[in-house]
Design a protein around this ligand. Structure first.
Ligand code: SF4
Length: 382
């Protein structure tokens, strides 16, 4: 594959662990640990770029909370990327930010350094909900972060929101959506809370009242309707964007385009190979070439991954592109399952000769796991 890479950089630090979080992030690390991490990351960049200086057209600093590093540390890492990789002039360069961790000055430094997109973990604008899930920030801090980013020159701002939170109702979620709309950002990601075993929220779940399954479905439907009416395109199951504001980096994951992930727990997909690094911070800090785990991918797995990821997108999967990639038409069982599901309206098809397309209509997004299982032959259909 000669396509430019997406580069993901994992920053595994947070001020405090949120109660639902099972991401690879560590709270309370010292300045010295953060400095060593920046150094280890820089060495990893040199190693993986090699002499070839691969072309990169999207960069995404995720976490954790990248803004737990000093703005000048993030700027240094971006400069290192420019040295090691051939970064396109029009590259999308995103950093994730907890609204409680950056002020206008920090945004200005990052904008000057070349970051051009910010993804803010807002989650909710309701004080009780933010407190129930252990977020460190308040709703006014979300407003200030958006204003600060905008004042610093960021034209591409995304907010993450969550539904299914303890105590959340349709009314409270609608208020959150309305507050987000007032901020008029170009992109919104809307995720369902996952109660992960081992997290404090999972252990304390009995203390809270969570929306039930039907209510959660209703919250998702509320987001789809509200954001659709406000002009956002629902371009992926959990993502909404104004025209031209879709996240180019994340599109690489769903399009099965190549990406390189650096830092603890980061995943990569290059040349048909998937690999990832472990999430041990100590071993990452100690070694200049952290051990990586290769994922064995058979051709059947590759095709399945491709169909599954593409079908997360509103435009779905196109047979011409599938054939260009795999040298064969859609699998007959997939076509048959798509036909069955299309008859009941759960799958959309576009029969244009030479460019047959299968996609999930918006009403199927919430039950996409079930539909994808049927399409990909994971379960028997009635
Ligand atoms: S800010 Fe994000 S990564 Fe950090 S603890 Fe909270 S959910 Fe986890």
């Amino acid at each position: 594959m000669n396509k430019p890479l997406g580069l993901y950089v994992h920053i595994p630090f947070c001020v405090r662990k949120c109660l639902y979080c099972d991401f690879c992030s560590y709270a309370g690390q010292t300045q010295s640990v953060r400095e060593r991490y920046v150094k280890a990351l820089s060495e990893q960049m040199e190693f993986y770029a090699g002499r070839e200086r691969p072309q990169v057209d999207t960069v995404f600093f995720g976490g954790g909370t990248p803004t737990c590093l000093e703005p000048n540390q993030l700027a240094l890492l971006l400069e290192k990327i420019r040295t090691c990789f051939a970064l396109s002039g029009d590259a999308e360069v995103t950093f994730e930010c907890n609204p409680g961790t950056a002020d206008e000055k920090a945004f200005a430094t990052l904008r000057r350094a070349g970051f051009n997109r910010v993804s803010l973990g807002a989650q909710s604008f309701e004080a009780e909900e933010l407190s129930a899930i252990g977020r460190i920030h308040t709703a006014p801090e979300i407003d200030r972060a958006v204003q600060g980013a905008r004042a610093a020159g960021f034209e591409r701002i995304s907010l993450d929101l969550m539904f299914g939170l303890p105590g959340q109702t349709k009314a409270s979620f609608s208020r959150t959506l309305e507050r987000a709309l007032v901020l008029d950002v170009g992109h919104l990601s809307v995720y369902a809370l996952q109660l992960e075993p081992g997290t404090p929220l999972y252990d304390r779940a009995s203390r809270y009242v969570f929306p039930d399954e039907d209510e959660v479905a209703d919250l998702y439907e509320t987001a789809c309707r509200t954001l659709g009416e406000a002009g956002y395109i629902h371009y992926e199951i959990s993502n909404f964007a104004r025209p031209g504001q879709a996240c180019r980096h994340n599109l690489k994951y769903w399009n099965c385009d190549p990406y390189l992930g650096l830092g603890v727990s980061a995943h990569s997909y290059i040349g048909g190979r998937r690999f990832y690094f472990g999430d041990g911070l100590a071993s990452f800090l100690d070694g200049d070439r952290p051990e990586r785990t290769e994922v064995e991918l058979t051709p059947a797995m590759e095709k399945r991954d491709y169909l599954m990821l593409r079908l997360r997108l509103d435009r779905g999967v196109c047979e011409r592109e599938y054939t260009e990639r795999f040298g064969e038409p859609f699998p007959p069982a997939f076509v048959a399952a798509a036909g069955r599901l299309a008859a009941s309206g759960w799958v959309g098809t576009d029969p244009t000769p030479g460019a047959r397309r299968v996609f999930l209509p918006e009403k199927s997004f919430f039950v996409s796991n079930r539909i994808l299982s049927e399409l990909l032959g994971d379960e028997k259909t009635e």
